[in-house]
Design a protein around this ligand. Structure first.
Ligand code: SF4
Length: 367
């Protein structure tokens, strides 16, 4: 059994008919419940539920403060290699994009790490493109060894690994994994990932579970909002997170809600997610999974990020740079995507405090 079996149960589900059957009373009943089920969650993603956004926001706020207090964990990404053998149609690092590629050596990683550490942030997210022959497991492992000297929590956002490979990195000090399915729509996934080993839908889908089996502390999953109909991808993301949380009780499960941003190449977003829909997804998810983390990156604009702090977010990236060597080495010519919130860590800290929330720089210590 894997999450793929859950996916199959809903793969041919008639979302249109389901959404048509929703009444206002049904939504009110769901919002009055203490725990909601999978179809209640889908109901909160409906067009009709968008008329109850204020009630959803209030409930989401209360559930979040009950479970997390008024805190926002800050983390920062470090891109160490942007070589990639895949050509995901929506990504600036696609093998088809003629961009200057970089692969940091260990001294350069140390230089970048030192610079990032000056911000005071203790949680770092290490990213590479999908080129296992260049950004090898050994290379990533040695990079983690360097990062450990400067940070207490080390996450990875790299290509999908086997359970054994996850175990190697976890033993070295990696404590969290971020991996996005991009879209749960298997057919569309095939189209968007024409070459490379990311093409294997099921291998990617089961990656968070393999990391859980290898005893990772925390997993963060998500879909790239804008690729498919947002209600479907948001629903499957929730089901996936729920599946992992129920099966791997020791793991801390989070979701990210990335929306597609401009990048190298000319990908057209076919299902744009506006701010209202974004908030509906976030609050519905919170009501469905009160104890799960919700991460929002610097893809989102500063004012919008400020506005949603009280609505359910628990983690935010800050002071981010999406170029390989973009901090101390000042490489900014090739980015994975354009950042929208360019505020420094200090500025984010101020903005969070101003809202009477506490910015958290450290909540984990890798031994
Ligand atoms: S999304 Fe990842 S795998 Fe796909 S092209 Fe970009 S870096 Fe490569």
């Amino acid at each position: 059994m894997s999450f793929y079996d859950t996916y199959l149960q809903y793969k041919n589900f008639d979302f249109k008919i389901f959404f048509k059957s929703i009444t206002e009373n049904k939504i009110k009943n769901i919002l009055a419940k203490e725990r909601i089920n999978q179809l209640d969650f889908l109901t909160l993603l409906s067009e009709k539920a968008s008329g109850f956004l204020e009630d959803m926001a209030l409930k989401s706020h209360n559930l979040t403060t009950n479970n997390f207090g008024k805190t926002i964990l800050l983390f920062i990404p470090i891109y160490i290699s942007d070589y990639c053998s895949n050509s995901c149609l929506y990504c600036g690092f696609s093998a088809k994009n003629k961009i200057k590629r970089r692969h940091l050596d260990y001294d350069q990683i140390k230089t970048e790490a030192k610079k990032i550490a000056e911000t005071g942030i203790k949680h770092i997210l290490l990213l590479t493109g999908d080129a296992p022959k260049i950004a090898t497991i050994d290379y990533i492992k040695n990079s983690v060894k360097i990062l450990k000297k400067y940070f207490t929590g080390i996450g990875i956002e790299i290509y999908a690994l086997t359970e054994h490979e996850y175990a190697i990195l976890i033993n070295e000090g990696v404590d969290s994994l971020s991996i996005y399915q991009e879209t749960y729509n298997e057919k569309l996934y095939e189209k968007l990932h024409p070459i490379g080993h990311k093409k294997d839908y099921r291998f990617r889908l089961n990656a968070p579970e393999r990391a859980c089996m290898a005893k990772i502390r925390s997993v963060n999953i998500g879909a790239l909002l804008g690729l498919d109909e947002w209600q479907k991808d948001a629903f499957f993301t929730g089901l996936h997170a729920d599946y992992l949380q129920n099966k791997y009780m020791d793991a801390e499960v989070s979701v990210s809600l990335p929306r597609i941003r401009p990048h190298a190449g000319n990908f057209k977003v076919s299902h744009p997610v506006d701010d209202k829909k974004f908030i509906q997804i976030m609050t519905a998810f919170r009501i469905f999974m009160p104890r799960a983390g919700i991460a929002v990156s610097t893809r989102e604009a500063p004012q919008f990020r400020n506005n949603i702090i009280k609505l359910g977010v628990t983690k935010m990236s800050a002071g981010s740079n999406t170029s390989v060597g973009g901090y101390a080495l000042h490489n900014t010519d090739t980015k994975q995507f354009d950042i929208s919130d360019t505020r420094s860590v200090k500025e984010m800290e101020k903005a969070i405090t101003k809202l009477d929330y506490q910015p958290v720089f450290k909540d984990w210590q890798t031994l």
